[in-house]
Design a protein around this ligand. Structure first.
Ligand code: 13P
Length: 253
């Protein structure tokens, strides 16, 4: 059965001290207040991966993710961080294809596919992000757009590789805008994504894949979103920077 997951993407926020306070607050609250089966993932900036990872390693509900991984294995790529490096400091998951990386760093489908392969080869679990810009939704092409993103970066993976993948649907118009997708919009896209995954892999793999919703998810809307049959949790930006809000979202299943 697929996992329920809430992942906090901290993006480029927090100093070292702030990051440690945030994660220790989350760790304490998760221990004290979260009873059910849920996988909680924190995604700090690179310099804090190891200390944040150390802090959460005694908490079986909490897991560590990186925000990015290089498509190259090693060598003369100044500023890049490889999958092997991430693995060696205890990283378990990695975001691939976040819309901010696609937009500001021109990461295309081929690059994302290479990142997926690198991550998987090192035993990291990719959280593959997809989602349409507003123009595509307004033109009623959002299903086609997301279907293409899935096809272009995932279809060349083997079934064994795909078993390790989490998918996150993040409509670009909902990210950081305060305008969340309605639970109905999220559900219909998640069901569509699952259908596409069944075509690319098989029905069982699609059924077992966690599909997270991201985009202005907060303590006020998480419960309704997570109640949808194909929404298996959330990828949280802004609200993951406040421990109380993040934990309230975790408790929304
Ligand atoms: P917000 O929750 O701030 O809209 O960000 C969503 C996101 O991009 C998570 O990866």
């Amino acid at each position: 059965m697929r996992k329920k997951i809430v992942a906090g993407n901290w993006k480029m926020n927090k100093t070292y001290e702030e990051a440690l306070s945030l994660v220790s607050e989350i760790d304490h609250m998760v221990r004290d207040e979260v009873n059910g089966e849920v996988t909680v993932i924190v995604t700090p900036p690179f310099p804090y991966l190891q200390p944040v990872g150390k802090l959460v390693q005694g908490n079986s509900k909490m897991h560590l993710a990186a925000q990015n991984v290089s498509e190259h294995e090693s060598g003369a790529f100044t500023g890049e961080v490889s999958a092997a490096m991430l693995q060696s400091v205890g990283t378990e998951y990695v975001l691939v294809g976040h819309s901010e990386r696609r937009m500001y760093h021109h990461e295309d489908a081929q690059t994302l596919y290479k990142k997926m392969k690198m991550a998987l080869a090192q035993g990291l679990k990719p959280i593959f992000c997809c989602g349409e810009p507003l123009e595509e939704r307004d033109a009623d092409r959002h299903f086609e757009f997301v279907g293409q993103q899935l096809h272009d970066s995932l279809s060349y993976l083997s079934n064994e590789e795909f078993d390790q993948v989490v998918v996150a649907y993040e409509p670009i118009w909902a990210i950081g805008t305060g305008r969340t997708a309605s639970s109905q919009q999220a559900q219909e896209m998640h069901a569509y994504i699952r259908e596409q995954l069944a075509r690319l892999f098989d029905a069982e793999a699609a059924f077992n894949t966690s599909i997270l919703y991201g985009g202005s998810c907060n303590p006020g809307n998480a419960q309704e979103l997570f109640a949808q049959p194909d929404v298996d949790g959330g990828l949280i930006g802004g609200a993951s920077l406040k421990s109380r809000d993040f934990v309230a979202i975790i408790k929304s299943f």
